[in-house]
Design a protein around this ligand. Structure first.
Ligand SMILES: [Zn+2]
Length: 64
């Protein structure tokens, strides 16, 4: 597969992240966050606390 095909395939399968209203806790400072971003293609849930720490969960199933 050419590099170009690979890029096109990724672009066509990737979904834009979805904003989820849920209570999350920063994995670094335990600050509370009320919204997370869910990347359905990669099954990654990520959120950023007010101090700018990025937290994430891999293999997160939104509908499971
Ligand atoms: Zn934090």
């Amino acid at each position: 597969m050419s590099k170009f095909d690979d890029v096109v395939r990724k672009a066509s399968t990737a979904l834009p992240p979805e904003e989820l209203d849920m209570t999350l806790v920063c994995q670094k400072c335990n600050d509370q966050v009320d919204v997370g971003l869910y990347f359905a293609t990669e099954k990654i849930l990520t959120w950023t606390c007010p101090a700018g720490h990025k937290s994430f969960i891999e293999g997160f199933n939104l509908f499971g």
